[in-house]
Design a protein around this ligand. Structure first.
Ligand code: ADP
Ligand code: MG
Length: 391
């Protein structure tokens, strides 16, 4: 390439001033519409200031309702308060992402490593009790209290850690004056039903619920992030449209912020001088497709084969096709891949499930004298589906 200026683009085309303001890790200066939840989380931690143990809690709410950011925010305020009042406590908060550390052993190893970067603990091979013993020894040695925040707690394959940590004081595993607080965070409103009654009684937890945001609240959240862009590049309708789309979904602030960022990137790639409604619409379609792609990746094998049949037929046919055609293709693919063949009724159910997930569309058509048949089409670009199915 001879013209190197086009390699890096023209700085004048950049619409972002500070893109990190729209990144997941950014903690905003103020939190919108969360006063009640902030107060409740503060009440959990407040006893720490008088050298008492914090309360345990499970926090419920859909994704993007501000659970993680509120807990981090309140925790940082607690620390400011501890320093300001010179409270004689040695306390650390430890955030464990249970999607990544999804067993009690993995979670405890992660806690040990976060307390002491140099702590050399084998990642496996010891019994669960040995891991607990190591943790309690370390806390006693360092005279350290911890608040363990188990984020995405529903992803834990075993819940022993809740029982173990909540009983450490009572069992005198940790010295008097040291404590372990537990805050579980979950997107699953039915999580409590999966908890053993023994764990519930041992946790003595407070429940806190985070409701979804409405369009007005999302609007305020996004307005505070407008500083991510250079002055004058956001047209007036952009933020309200991002809020409206995201409120329709389920009031998810993460999605709303992501949509705003994506709209900016699309406008920038098109070398537009301003971000407009059109860019938001394109970004929204793209975001919906990305979401669907994630859903497809987790489909069970049989649904994958049905989807593969539908994807192949959409490539070959100009018109929409029937359940019968999907079924014949499905049988061919089962032969090819030596998979068990399911019944027509079961395949029909799997097709309905794919429709409920929004991956395909179906339309009922009356056929001459024979009743009704479903006409099927893909709801996402063919090449997207293909790349996932054959990757
Ligand atoms: P959750 O943990 O419930 O899935 P997060 O706490 O990760 O949600 O929030 C998702 C994103 O939305 C983060 O970028 C966060 O900063 C932002 N956010 C959430 N709630 C608010 C709020 N009330 N005010 C400002 N930003 C918010
Ligand atoms: Mg979270």
């Amino acid at each position: 390439m001879s013209d190197t200026s086009s390699l890096f683009g023209d700085p004048k085309d950049i619409l972002f001033l500070d893109g990190s303001i729209l990144s997941p890790g950014y903690i905003p200066k103020r939190l919108i519409a969360r006063d009640e939840q902030i107060k409740k989380v503060a009440n959990l931690f407040a006893p720490v200031l008088s050298l008492n143990p914090p309360h345990n809690s499970i926090i419920y709410g859909k994704t993007g309702t501000g659970k993680t950011v509120v807990v981090k925010y309140v925790y940082s305020k607690l620390h400011e308060e501890i320093e300001k009042n010179k409270v004689k406590t040695n306390i650390k908060n430890i955030l464990v992402n249970c999607q990544r550390f999804n067993t009690s052993v993995k979670a405890i190893v992660s806690i040990l490593n976060k307390i002491d970067l140099e702590y050399n603990v084998p990642a496996h091979g010891l019994s669960l009790n040995d891991y607990y013993a190591k943790l309690y020894n370390l806390l006693n040695k360092k005279n350290l209290s911890i608040i363990v925040i188990l984020d995405e707690i529903d992803q834990l394959k075993d819940q022993d850690i809740l029982y173990g940590l909540s009983r450490a004081s009572e069992n005198q595993d940790i010295d008097v004056g040291i404590f372990i607080g537990i805050v579980g965070i979950t997107n699953d409103t039915n999580f409590a039903e999966t908890l053993d009654p023994r764990i519930i009684s041992s946790l003595r937890k407070f429940d806190i619920v985070f409701p979804p945001y409405d369009a007005d609240q999302l609007n305020l959240i996004l307005r505070d992030r407008a500083i991510a862009f250079k002055e004058g590049v956001l047209t007036n309708s952009v933020i309200p449209l991002c809020s409206a789309y995201s409120a329709q979904e389920h009031g998810d602030a993460r999605k709303a912020i992501n949509l705003l960022r994506l709209s900016g990137e699309i406008a920038q790639n098109k070398r537009a001088k301003k971000i407009t409604q059109e860019h938001v619409k394109i970004a929204n379609d793209q975001q919906n497709i990305d979401c669907m792609v994630e859903v497809i990746k987790t489909l069970p094998t049989q649904s994958m084969i049905v989807l593969r049949s539908i994807s192949e037929l959409s490539k070959e046919m100009k018109e929409k096709f029937s359940t019968g055609q999907v079924l014949s293709r499905y049988y061919v693919l089962c032969e090819d891949t030596s998979c068990k063949k399911l019944s027509r009724t079961r395949i029909s159910q799997l097709i309905s499930e794919l429709e409920m997930l929004g991956i395909i569309n179906t339309r009922l058509k009356t056929t001459g004298g024979h009743g009704k048949t479903r006409l099927i089409s893909l709801n996402i670009p063919k090449d997207k589906v293909e790349t996932i199915l054959y990757s």
